[in-house]
Design a protein around this ligand. Structure first.
Ligand SMILES: Cc1cc2nc3c(=O)[nH]c(=O)nc-3n(C[C@H](O)[C@H](O)[C@H](O)COP(=O)(O)OP(=O)(O)OC[C@H]3O[C@@H](n4cnc5c(N)ncnc54)[C@H](O)[C@@H]3O)c2cc1C
Length: 304
């Protein structure tokens, strides 16, 4: 079987997948589900695009999406699929792999073709190392966003496909926009990041004041956003957050687990404030301040 099928509901990510697919095969097909503008963009990037329109393809129903994509794979006799490794793409990857009897790898950061093998790079051991893995037989691989450049302009085509999709009973009642936090911590030159050492949410105002005085942004470890919900997930540094490269990272009450440090190890200068002299973060920090972070914040806010 020859050819690679790409699918992402997100146009930018779908164009990145085309670039990745062309590293594997020249013959690339794409799918759009109930999305005419995505179909146009895919065709404009030079791929043969199957446009499927069906009222049973409800947004968020990855089972229905998998059923639709399977029909294109069967029709074109393709058994290699690239999806985007975003939240919905990962769920779709598992469902589609199950539907076509394929192996499945998600969170792939790069692919390389070695003969008949498609070698996939993935972070392993919490980001401390990179594993190279490949699938034998039919394969579904989900690539992390921004692993490849978006494909440029080309001459593709659009074919409408009447796929059969069962009504799975999911009904969309309403769409609500996610509360936006437009911060881009990856672009910040100075980051003041807080961890679980911060005693309570009210103290965030002092952290924000310090970041503003330094001309930087507030960032955090994952539990501060996902468990405590004190800050948005846009501000998380690390394996499941952002990879940052600031000139200065002031880390307040962060222990320094590898899943965090993988996102800050490229900072030019790291200053860590921690009451524990044996905190793991001290092994990578340029400056270690063994102190209560609340005292340090207060003193810095007074002096700056
Ligand atoms: C698959 C996976 C992915 C993950 N991805 C991420 C990720 O992207 N980002 C991330 O951050 N984590 C991630 N984690 C979680 C990670 O393993 C750690 O649990 C997390 O980073 C710990 O956060 P923390 O350092 O804020 O909290 P803790 O580990 O609880 O550390 C708190 C620190 O504060 C210090 N402290 C306490 N009080 C004070 C005080 N008054 N003054 C100064 N210091 C004080 C303590 O000594 C301690 O070192 C992931 C985990 C898994 C399993």
């Amino acid at each position: 079987m020859a050819g690679v099928l790409v699918y992402s509901a997100n146009q930018g990510l779908a164009l990145e997948l085309i670039t990745a697919a062309r590293k594997i095969e020249d013959f690339v097909v794409a799918v759009s589900l109930n999305d005419d503008s995505l179909a146009q963009a895919l065709a404009a990037a030079g791929v043969r695009t199957f446009k499927i329109s069906n009222p049973n393809l409800v947004v968020g129903d990855t089972g229905a999406a998998a059923a639709a994509i399977k029909q294109v794979l069967d029709k074109e006799n393709i058994d290699t699929v690239l999806l985007s490794s975003d939240r919905r793409g990962k769920e779709l990857a598992g469902r589609l792999a199950q539907a076509i009897g394929a192996g499945c790898l998600t969170d792939v950061t790069a692919i390389q073709v070695d003969g008949s093998k498609i070698e996939c790079q993935r972070n392993a051991l919490g980001g401390a190392t990179i594993a190279v893995q490949y699938i034998e037989g039919p394969k579904v691989m989900a690539l992390r966003p921004r692993s490849y450049e978006a494909a440029g302009a080309g001459n593709g085509s659009i074919e409408e496909l009447a796929a059969e999709i069962k009504d799975t009973g999911i009904k969309v009642i309403d769409f609500k926009p996610k509360a936006a936090d437009r911060v881009n911590i990856e672009a910040a030159e100075i980051l003041v990041a807080v961890g679980q050492g911060l005693s309570d949410e009210e103290k965030l105002a002092d952290v924000q004041a310090l970041a503003s005085k330094l001309g930087g942004e507030v960032a955090c470890s994952k539990p501060v956003a996902t468990d405590k919900k004190w800050l948005s997930e846009e501000r998380v540094i690390g394996l499941s957050g952002k990879k940052c490269k600031p000139q200065l990272a002031l880390l307040l009450g962060i222990s320094g687990q590898v899943q965090f440090t993988v996102g800050i190890r490229d900072a030019r200068v790291i200053a860590a404030v921690n009451t524990d002299e044996n905190a793991a973060i001290n092994y990578m920090a340029d400056y270690i301040i063994q102190a209560d972070l609340h005292d340090v914040i207060e003193e810095l806010n007074e002096k700056l």
